[in-house]
Ligand binder design. Sequence first.
Ligand code: HGY
Ligand code: MN
Ligand code: MN
Ligand code: MN
Length: 384
Amino acid sequence: MSEFAKLWAEIAPIGRAGSGGYLRFALTEPELTLRDWFRAQAALRDMTVTDDGNGNLFAWRGEPWAPGTVLTGSHFDSVPHGGGYDGPLGIVSAFLAVDRVPRDRRIGIAAFVEEEGGRFGVPCLGSRLLTGVIDPDRAAALTDRDGISFGAALGARPAGARKEIGQIAAVVELHIEQGRALETPVGVASAIWPHGRWRMDFTGIGDHAGTTRMTDRHDPMLTFAHTVLTADQEARLAGAHATMGRVQVEPNATNAIPSLVRGWLDARAADTATLDRLVGSVVEKATERAARDGTTLAMTAESVSGEVAFDTALAERLSALLKDAPILPTGAGHDAGVLSAHVPTAMLFVRNPTGVSHSPAEHASDDDCEAGIEALATVLEELT
Ligand code: HGY
Ligand code: MN
Ligand code: MN
Ligand code: MN
């Protein structure tokens, strides 16, 4: 059994649901167990473990945050019933890559908290706190579906921005590719599409399903349904991506016309202008439909990320180092995207044969994962 297969087998059962997907929400029992595994892996390598006060965990070869350190790693948390590779592959690969780099090199391995935004609603929460992109009090007040705040889950007010990030020489995050473009085992990221998530509250008049005439209704489910179809249509026209995969209904009863339908729009496009046009046209058409249905729409931008163009010279240098590994963009957000505004940053992608992600069907072959580890070790040795 390869070193990778051995470590992979250690974490595979942690947080796995009957669906075969994972329920690894930030700071919940499965993710806390993975943090214990992280600490044990660091101890095996005599690496110092620190926490930045924001819920991000670090293992250091050399002094924590020492100037010139190269930071790698990713996240443990998953979307509900997501695949096991999205996030953890970058952390397992980091430990195995460190084993292949001379021991005197200064390397940090990070496990960033709440990358998916699957519990508290804001993606890349940990890296945004670390770099000062989000206010610690706003982050602390974010709540999960049970009303537990991030501050309560963390057990403290988040520390917020840490100036030590300025001492990091480079960041390299390895991640399974979430798409079908990569035909070689390893690729290098060029950019992350601008993307965001908006909460859309459609408010109507709750009433009895059996006694309310169709002409007397103010049904927000109609406005929501129209908006879902509009977002899909507008995205196809714009060559962009739009998804409304999460919805909450009140009172959510078979025999009651809803009073409120809360849906989330996830929209992404290759450039900011296209994204702005897409979201603008969805909101415009949803508002028109609301007027027709006698409902109202309230929009809340939960998180919006501009385009991330990774350091071109660094990407080309790594591509050349990795036998001309292809350089490609991604529509998926990553902590590396947040960090790239503060530190020279690169991403390595490991081939995903089906491209499927955020699904139990997500998979990468052991051979390709092994190639990713080798590539990460090569890059870490080169950059340190
Ligand atoms: O949703 C994303 O883009 C990433 O997988 N967090
Ligand atoms: Mn993801
Ligand atoms: Mn991810
Ligand atoms: Mn009744």
